[in-house]
Design a protein around this ligand. Structure first.
Ligand SMILES: O=C(O)c1ccccc1NCC(=O)[C@H](O)[C@H](O)COP(=O)(O)O
Length: 208
């Protein structure tokens, strides 16, 4: 049985927060990126985050946001962890004095070891698929063979994971955690409890 951690991203409804918590997710992601169909206004996000039970991590996701925007979210929404999903520099990421994940969209030619070393203050590296013009939440998978051995940060594997492929992903990549959005949805931003349950089962049944 795998003890890989599980983050479900892009929740917009209280019932989905409650279902993900009851089914055993470790972390939930909330999107603060206005072009995304999963984007949350601050009051809505505050309501969702305050419904989290103890010991469950709330993650706020930003894409090249103005620092003032991140600060204004942090004033009202009690986020445990930030996730920077754009081209943010290490200096940018560190300025909020909050633990953070750095997301990177993996494609051939990218030196992931150098990238991880540059972002060594991150709590982990979230590896996502590269899709032109779409920073994340695409439902696309990338080639896991592009992940080098010996990355100096915990890996959060993401990008096109589903209940059907997540056991293979965990078995092959052995990440610290997996992250999913589209693969557990019935429509963008609307999570499906049966798919979340099947996803979590897939992680737990991985052969590691
Ligand atoms: O979810 C979004 O709409 C989104 C928009 C812009 C940047 C990032 C976004 N999501 C980030 C996530 O952590 C997703 O879970 C990750 O990209 C994987 O998504 P998916 O392939 O749909 O599972």
């Amino acid at each position: 049985m795998s003890t890989c951690k599980i983050k479900i991203c892009g929740l917009t409804r209280i019932e989905d927060v409650q279902a993900a918590a009851q089914l055993g997710a470790d972390a939930l992601g909330f999107v603060f990126y206005p072009p995304s169909p999963r984007h949350l206004a601050i009051p809505q996000a505050a309501k969702l985050v305050s419904a989290l039970p103890p010991f469950m991590t709330s993650v706020g996701l930003f894409v090249d946001a103005e620092p003032a925007v991140v600060r204004s979210v942090l004033q009202t929404v009690p986020l445990d962890l930030l996730q920077f999903h754009g081209d943010e520099s290490p200096d940018y990421c560190q300025q909020f004095d909050r633990p953070y994940l750095k997301a990177v969209r993996v494609r051939p030619g990218l030196d992931l070891l150098a990238y991880a070393k540059a972002h060594r203050d991150a709590r982990g590296l979230l590896l996502d698929a590269y899709v032109e013009g779409q920073p994340g939440g695409t439902g696309h998978q990338f080639d896991w063979q592009l992940i080098p051995k010996g990355l100096p940060l915990p890996v959060v594997l993401s990008g096109g994971l589903t209940p059907d492929n997540v056991a293979d992903a965990v078995t092959q990549v052995k990440p610290w955690a997996v992250d999913v959005s589209s693969g557990v949805e019935s429509a963008k931003g609307i999570k499906d409890a049966a798919r979340i349950a099947a996803f979590i089962n897939g992680v737990r049944n991985a052969n590691v």
